[in-house]
Design a protein around this ligand. Structure first.
Ligand SMILES: Cc1cc2nc3c(=O)[nH]c(=O)nc-3n(C[C@H](O)[C@H](O)[C@H](O)COP(=O)(O)O)c2cc1C
Length: 433
């Protein structure tokens, strides 16, 4: 696996390149902005660093955390993020992205509880505080592979995502959608029972709830108008809310504010404007979620990991070379995050896709937080490569280049193969391609 030195020997070089590209990259000299506490509703995150959900495909067949799942979260706990956004956990067996995706049930809820207890205890011992832990509840929709081969549950035919049109009976009916909504109620009750601080009704990366946001061509109550396209997400929230007790457990979403597919196949894109973003609907939706469901934060992301991963997680090595420079991809994400934060200034925004910047990822995160462009910075691939980067940032003000993610895409290759995913460069003993 290639892992040559980064193209930019110094922070000034990244600044110069992003200026040349007109990319929205704010790089702070110091990381101190990341080490302030952040109130989130009735709770508080000890710092501004979150670990984004990173699926490991290493659950048991029954959906419980497996040995490698436990290893990963123990490493995460010791690292000391203020928030762990726990990876995608299926709400139904047919909605699993692999035979080893996590799936929370009555039978395994105690194993989740034990893992959460251990995470909190390990972090308290190591860092003096426990992280908040949000569970990402998912229906994998188009990307469902519960038995290891594709069994897609799609909202509508989407040509950019279908090389050949999928069969008609792959489109989920309105009745099925109602049953899928109810599954979020059941999962929310279990999620609270397990001891998570909150649950994410996952609405990103073109899994089912996210795909419905762009179902312009779907007839009936779940397609066409904005109201119809957002119905499933809001019904999932209503179903979940009806099952949770007390006021401290919260709901939120990881939301695609831009899919990167032209109208009528993408959310957050300008009608008739090609791939140009238009954040009016995403902003309206976030305001409505805040108003109706009292979400204490929103986790903002973009793109689709299968068809346009350069939008979702800018990289140096992937299976195609995009038309844009990776710094432009990072800049688009930072711009989107900032637009949302400014549109809803009283709602903390958690930003995504900082890992491309390698040893400067902390400078970008601190720049965004310091400038008020987001309240918290979330790290995905870097958390796989070097969860310890938080200690490096705290102690030296910078991420150690020798440990940083090299954006080789190896972890995503493992994930696509349905085998345990982790860093094939920095955690080689456990993960090999
Ligand atoms: C192996 C792998 C697993 C992922 N699993 C999830 C997931 O479960 N849920 C999710 O919302 N995003 C998932 N993502 C996306 C990441 O959370 C993140 O958005 C992306 O990697 C960009 O952030 P980064 O630049 O910090 O890596 C995954 C990405 C990778 C590479």
């Amino acid at each position: 696996m290639k892992h040559e030195a980064f193209h930019y020997p110094a922070l000034e070089d990244v600044k110069a390149e992003s200026k040349k590209l007109n990319a929205f990259l704010l790089l702070a000299e110091r990381a101190s902005a990341l080490f302030q506490a952040l109130p989130l509703g009735s709770k508080e995150a000890a710092n501004r660093i979150a670990f984004q959900p990173m699926e490991g495909t290493d659950g048991t067949e029954e959906g419980a955390p497996g040995e490698l799942t436990v290893r990963r979260y123990h490493r995460f706990a010791k690292a000391g993020p203020g928030l762990i956004w726990f990876e995608a956990v299926a709400t139904l067996p047919q909605a699993r992205a692999s035979a080893h995706q996590l799936w929370l049930t009555e039978r395994n809820v105690d194993q989740y509880k034990k893992l959460l207890d251990d995470i909190r205890e390990l972090s308290l011992k190591e860092n003096g505080y426990a992280p908040l832990i949000v569970m990402q509840a998912t229906n994998s929709g188009r990307y469902s592979k519960p038995h290891g081969y594709p069994e897609p549950l799609i909202a509508y035919h989407c040509p950019p995502l279908e090389d050949a049109p999928l069969s008609e009976d792959r489109i989920v009916t309105d009745e099925e959608l109602k049953r899928f909504e109810e599954a979020y109620a059941h999962t929310a009750a279990l999620c609270q029972q397990a001891g998570f601080d909150g649950m994410d009704v996952k609405c990103c990366h073109r899994y089912l709830a996210c795909e419905l946001l762009s179902a312009y061509t779907r007839p009936g109550p779940y397609g066409g108008s904005y109201e119809n396209r957002t119905r499933f997400l809001k019904n999932c929230y209503r179903a979940a809310q009806s099952e949770v007790k007390g006021s401290s457990f919260f709901l939120s979403s990881r939301l695609n504010v831009y899919d990167g597919f032209a109208y009528p196949y993408g959310f957050g894109v300008k009608e008739g404007g090609g791939l140009q973003p238009d954040l009016r609907e995403p902003i309206q939706l976030i305001k409505e979620l805040k108003q109706a469901f009292d979400i204490p934060l929103i986790n903002v992301t973009m793109g689709n990991p299968y068809k346009n991963p350069h939008v979702n997680r800018p990289y140096d090595h992937g299976n195609y070379v995009p038309d844009e420079h990776p710094l432009e991809g990072v800049g688009r994400m930072m711009w989107g995050v900032s637009q949302i934060q400014h549109a809803v200034p009283d709602l903390p925004v958690l930003g995504s896709a900082f890992s491309y910047l390698r040893q400067y990822a902390g400078n970008l995160a601190a720049g965004m937080v310091e400038g008020g462009h987001c309240a918290m910075a979330g790290f995905g691939r870097l958390a796989f490569a070097d969860p310890n980067f938080i200690h490096e940032l705290r102690e030296n003000g910078t991420v150690n280049a020798k440990n940083a993610c090299v954006t080789c895409g190896g972890c995503a290759v493992l994930l696509r193969q349905g085998i345990p995913a982790g860093c094939v460069v920095r955690d080689r003993e456990e993960y090999k391609l």
